[in-house]
Design a protein around this ligand. Structure first.
Ligand code: ADP
Length: 418
């Protein structure tokens, strides 16, 4: 500014001197030029000042822009955090839905993370036990050996009465994944299957051995006709037992494998009951007294299956009631619509501890009596399946000894089956 002012003063003095020396027109032109230049200078300063005055506004604007960018970034960050949270929650949900126990272990075998099933299966505490060595929490020598040595077979350990199988995913480095599975049911089924095969083999081998022995005797020894006939009769009895066993096995297999409900035909239960009663009377051959109260009753279901169930209950009553005993059959349609079939005997009775296991395949209280009387050990298992398929309840009451000795087997068919 100072320089401008000095320049202006100098120019004004020159203009005055020139106008005085030459002609006033030169002074006018010079003064006009100075004025124009001055105006231009002032205009520039004005613009600069205006620009300076505008400066805060532009700073504001860039600050707002920056804030907007930061806010947008923050929003994006929040969204991605929310997305990650949702993803983590979903993964947590998935791992918690897995029925197997999952553990993430570090190199030292310490727990980094585990799912809900693992906590429950091994009675662990999510806060207390994190970071602890797993071998300290799951105490079983075969598991500890397996953890340290990858040549060891995968162990199945009994923990708190349950069978738990272990499988370790051994990565080369870093965290390792340990899977634990409750295999109690699978083990139980396996054991049942093995027992079943062993039982069937045994049940078939016994009569086969007897038949084989008699055949040998008949072939090797010169026997009297009477004796020969007796042996042949014994062979016939054994083959009947084997046939019965095979028939019961097939019936049971059909009942167990058939997922469909029994054919829903109207059944005259009184007719089925009278039929089964006639068979039981024939089996008893006059050794027992029979009483029957058979009311008209109808059911929806399978005649064949109900006939088989009633036949088994009545033949058991005959076989487990000594000669002279009494057998009662009741068929009643109750006022509430329920249909009840009851087979009662005055036989040997069954001790209370055996009752819950009677419907297991090949479970027998008195093995020799069952065999002697041609039992297969499958009768009540068949009854149980038929009852289940007709939504009926099987009730068993029994008394051993005393005046009231004997057993009652009751099938209660619900209103919907009637
Ligand atoms: P089994 O062919 O041996 O009779 P079941 O499955 O029909 O096989 O019966 C299982 C066991 O239940 C029998 O071995 C017998 O010990 C007992 N049992 C069944 N019914 C009676 C009954 N009415 N009285 C006494 N014991 C019975």
């Amino acid at each position: 500014m100072k320089a401008i002012r000095q320049t202006l003063v100098a120019l004004a003095l020159i203009a005055l001197v020139l106008s005085w020396v030459w002609t006033p027109w030169v002074a006018v032109v010079m003064l006009a030029a100075i004025g124009a230049w001055l105006f231009w200078q002032l205009q520039r300063q004005d613009d600069a000042a205006a620009a300076l005055l505008r400066e805060p506004e532009s700073v504001d604007r860039s600050f707002d822009d920056a804030m907007a960018i930061i806010r947008a970034r923050l929003k994006e960050g929040e969204q991605s955090l929310r997305d990650r949270d949702a993803e983590i929650a979903q993964r947590k949900q998935i791992t918690n839905a897995v029925p197997d126990g999952l553990f993430l272990l570090d190199n030292g075998g310490r727990i980094i993370w585990c799912n809900q099933a693992a906590l429950v299966m091994h009675s662990l505490d999510a806060f207390r036990d994190m970071g602890k060595p797993i071998a300290q929490l799951i105490r079983a020598p075969e598991f500890a050996r397996y953890l340290d040595d990858d040549t060891q077979p995968e162990p199945v350990v009994t923990l708190g009465g349950r069978s738990i199988a272990f499988h370790l995913e051994r990565g080369s480095e870093g965290a390792r994944l340990l899977l634990t599975r409750d295999v109690t049911e699978r083990e139980k089924l396996d054991r049942m299957r093995r027992d079943f095969v062993a039982n069937v083999s045994h049940e078939l081998r016994t009569p086969l051995t007897v038949v084989g022995g008699f055949v040998e005797t008949l072939t090797d020894l010169p026997l009297e006709p009477d004796e020969r006939n007796r042996y042949l009769q014994l062979i016939a009895n054994q083959t009947t037992n084997m046939r019965r066993l095979v028939e019961d096995l097939l019936t049971l297999a059909r009942l167990e494998n058939d997922q469909l409900p029994p054919e829903a035909t109207q059944i005259d239960l009184a007719l089925v009951a009278r039929d089964a009663l006639a068979d039981a009377e024939a089996l008893s051959a006059g050794a027992h007294t029979f009483e029957a109260t058979i009311a008209p009753a109808h059911l929806l279901g399978s005649v064949g299956e109900l006939r088989s169930a009633l036949g088994n209950l009545l033949s058991n009553a005959v076989r487990y009631t000594p000669a002279g005993g009494r057998i009662t059959l009741n068929v009643a349609a109750r006022a509430n619509g329920e249909v009840v079939v009851e087979v009662k005997d005055s036989g040997v009775g069954i001790a209370a501890e055996h009752i819950p296991r009677l419907t297991e395949r090949f479970y027998r209280v008195d093995r020799s009596r069952s065999r002697e009387t041609g039992g297969t050990g499958l009768g009540l298992a068949i009854v149980k399946h038929v009852a289940q398929r007709h939504r009926a309840k099987l009730e068993i009451e029994s008394t051993v000894g005393g005046e009231q000795h004997g057993s009652t087997f009751r099938l209660r068919f619900p209103v919907s089956a009637a």
